[in-house]
Design a protein around this ligand. Structure first.
Ligand SMILES: Nc1ncnc2c1ncn2[C@@H]1O[C@H](COP(=O)(O)OP(=O)(O)OP(=O)(O)O)[C@@H](O)[C@H]1O
Ligand SMILES: [Mg+2]
Length: 279
């Protein structure tokens, strides 16, 4: 058993490593939502690939410890390599460095850890992973606005929060809560993505607003944060996710991919503005 002094020392060492790692990452973006199943992982994954496709060095951190599904969505099954100095080397998938608990535990085993263990896993993802020099680290967070999500997000010292919502009312009430959480955390830039906004019939091209439309934009306007764009519903996004091929890689000319790329543009623009500010 480590003594209290030894534990304090280890903790200090961990904090130092996290700081060192974060200093090598230019932009840190957290993706979260007030509600589950609204498309956080889809947005986080495609955003990472949109940025990588324009030559940026990108890391994708699956911060959803209890339901880690980034590897499934990007078709990655390889665990990180452990280097001589015991750091984890993130495997690369189509030019994006990916870390997730899913590649570190046996498949199909449930993650039944308590809060403190989940937080520790995340600290290791930040401190013990050799991310290297990155232009962007995109983190996919667990659903909701609980203390844990807030702690995780804070550990990353993000410059930007991307809040994903669907246009329907319930998701909106929850996303307003998420926007307010990001504000309370003092994240410099906050943007809203309205996902599953409209479905174009693949046969006749007629558009149907399954969950309504425009609610995300209104919430962003009401709360004074940036609106990043609408992402249409596209069955291929779901199919691609199930097969491990993000839609943006599979069909870059699809409406959904264009929408996601425009969102990446806006995020880049907003982050460049953060950096343009005098220190
Ligand atoms: N624009 C879209 N068009 C079609 N399907 C989508 C779209 N966005 C997400 N999906 C599908 O909806 C489901 C939920 O999406 P996703 O896993 O990205 O949500 P999430 O917010 O990360 O969920 P959780 O809260 O469980 O982490 C997935 O099957 C995904 O493929
Ligand atoms: Mg998810």
């Amino acid at each position: 058993m480590a003594t209290q002094g030894e534990r304090a020392k280890l903790l200090e060492e961990q904090q130092r490593r996290i700081k060192e790692n974060l200093a090598k990452i230019k932009h840190r973006v957290v993706v979260f939502s007030g509600k589950g199943g609204v498309g956080k992982t889809t947005v986080a994954v495609n955003l990472a690939y949109a940025l990588a496709k324009r030559g940026k060095q990108v890391g994708l951190l699956d911060a959803d410890i209890t339901g880690p599904n980034v590897p499934q969505m990007v078709g990655l099954h390889q665990p990180p390599e452990v280097t001589e100095d015991e750091s984890l080397l993130p495997p690369e998938r189509d030019g994006v460095r990916v870390i997730s608990l899913a590649t570190l535990i046996p498949p199909d085993s449930p993650v039944i850890w308590r809060g403190p263990m989940r937080s520790r896993a995340l600290e290791q993802f930040l401190g013990d992973v050799a991310w290297g020099e990155l232009d962007f680290l995109v983190a996919d967070l667990p659903p909701g606005t609980g203390d844990e999500v807030m702690t995780i997000a804070q550990r990353m010292e993000p410059e930007m929060a991307v809040i994903v919502t669907t246009p329907q009312e319930m998701a909106l009430i929850d996303s307003r809560r998420a926007i307010n959480m990001a504000k309370r955390m003092g994240i410099p830039k906050i943007g809203v993505v309205e996902n599953m906004s409209g479905l174009k019939c693949p046969n006749c091209g007629h558009e149907i607003d399954i969950f309504g439309s425009g609610g995300g934009e209104q919430a962003a306007l009401d709360l004074g944060v940036h609106f990043l764009g609408k992402v249409p519903f596209d069955l291929r996004a779901r199919q691609g996710a199930d097969l491990g091929r993000p839609i943006i890689l599979e069909d870059e000319g699809a409406d959904i991919s264009i929408a996601l790329k425009e969102i990446a543009d806006r995020i880049e623009e907003l982050l460049l503005l953060v950096h343009a500010k005098p220190q």
